[in-house]
Design a protein around this ligand. Structure first.
Ligand SMILES: [Zn+2]
Ligand SMILES: [Zn+2]
Length: 410
């Protein structure tokens, strides 16, 4: 950024130099080479910035795509977690079902034991005390079973009934255990899914941050580019102003020579001059064209199809001289000297020391003393006077001295 400031400063300096040149006409330093170097540096920077911005924008696109993928994964994981929860719920309900079966079987066994006790009390009347005491004292089914000695006193029926319940119970217990194992596995899977989801959420948040940062970078590059372009424009304007002033100085020099040494400064009109032959801008001869003895000192405008084209006043003024007496128009064998060589012409006084002359016209539509406005029709293009092909001779003078009409159209 510091570098930027220095550069901007030097750009402003070169603009100031041009302004100094314009106001004092002394040869203040506008360094054309420096201007060119600065412009090409800015150009170089511009393409680098554009490349960077391009890369950043493509990174943003990539990250946005990644973000979408992550969101997709998160929603897939969420779905799977939901399914796991469903599965756990179902397994729990099955485990509970098994448990209530086991519980009811335990009750069944209790009932059988109770019957057994009753029966043993009856046996007790016959006098087998020791076994009765032990069985009545058994605290639970397992306690009871463990006392295998006591099984002797059970009837075969009771034994096989309990064995059968015990067998069934062990199957159910085994099934229940399997369900619990399965549930544990599903819970583990669910935990791992939740872990994954957490991780992907983290990645997604990180990615969002990166996208925000890239967007910020892109915006910064945008504004740098804008600054850069503004500086380039300023440099170009400085160069243009310098070139314009240089051309104006050359013009002043020329006028000075033409007027025999005294300096003539053509005032800038500040108003828009109208091109005298609308639609036709090709110049077959310019102000400076050397004509053997002196300069052409005017513009010749000629283009295919120009014959008969409208000629208009270039600026407000009063017509002070016209000629429409030359009959020698296009198709003649050689030039004629009618109208002092202008052939049929119109001359307009613009009242500010400037006059304009339109020569070789095929027709004239205004007369001396008439007021005309800029853009008003005054005649038609022809080839009268010192001319062999249709063209408009457009000439301007300031205080009687010819000057380049093009300076009014810069
Ligand atoms: Zn003639
Ligand atoms: Zn001419």
């Amino acid at each position: 950024m510091a570098n930027k400031k220095i550069k901007l400063f030097s750009v402003l300096l070169s603009i100031a130099a041009v302004l100094a040149l314009c106001s004092s006409s002394s040869s203040a330093e506008f360094d054309e080479e420096e201007n060119s170097i600065q412009r090409s540096q800015l150009q170089q920077e511009n393409s680098e910035l554009q490349e960077k911005r391009k890369q950043t924008n493509s990174q943003i696109k990539e990250k946005q795509k990644y973000s979408k993928e992550l969101q997709q994964k998160i929603s897939e994981l969420s779905k799977k977690i939901k399914e796991s929860n469903e599965s756990i719920k179902n397994l729990n309900s099955e485990i509970n079902k098994k448990q209530s079966k086991i519980d009811s079987m335990l009750l069944q066994i209790d009932d059988i034991l109770e019957l057994l006790r009753k029966r043993l009390r009856t046996v007790h009347m016959a006098g087998d005390t020791s076994s009765l005491e032990i069985i009545l004292g058994a605290k639970s089914f397992s306690d009871f079973i463990d006392k295998s000695e006591m099984m002797k006193s059970m009837s075969e029926y009771d034994k096989s009934l309990i064995d059968s319940i015990k067998g069934e119970m062990s199957i159910i217990s085994k099934e229940q255990k399997e369900l619990k194992t399965k549930k544990k596995a599903v819970e583990n899977e669910k935990n791992s899914l939740e872990q994954d989801k957490k991780e992907i959420n983290r990645l997604s948040e990180e990615n969002t941050k990166i996208i925000e940062e890239l967007k910020k970078t892109s915006e910064e590059l945008d504004s740098e580019l804008k600054n850069n372009e503004a500086m380039q424009k300023e440099l170009e304007a400085a160069l243009e102003a310098y070139n314009k002033e240089k051309a104006a100085q050359a013009r002043r020099e020329r006028l000075k020579q033409q007027s025999g040494g005294s300096e003539i400064v053509v005032p800038q009109s500040g108003d828009e001059y109208v091109w005298p032959c609308p639609g036709y801008t090709y110049l077959t001869s310019t102000f400076d064209e050397w004509r053997g003895v002196n300069n052409h000192g005017a513009l010749d405008i000629a283009e295919g199809g120009i014959y008969g084209a409208k000629v208009v006043a270039c600026y407000d003024g009063v017509v002070f001289s016209t000629n429409d007496t030359c009959p020698h128009d296009y198709g003649k064998d050689s030039s004629c000297g009618c109208g002092g060589g202008y052939g049929n012409y119109v001359m307009i006084d613009h009242g500010n020391g400037k006059i304009s002359i339109y020569g070789h016209l095929s027709g004239v539509t205004v007369s001396a003393g008439q007021n005309v406005k800029a853009g008003q029709l005054i005649g038609y293009v022809g080839s009268t006077g010192y001319s062999t092909g249709p063209h408009l001779h457009f000439e301007m003078k300031y205080n009687g001295v010819r000057y380049d009409p093009l300076t009014e159209y810069n």
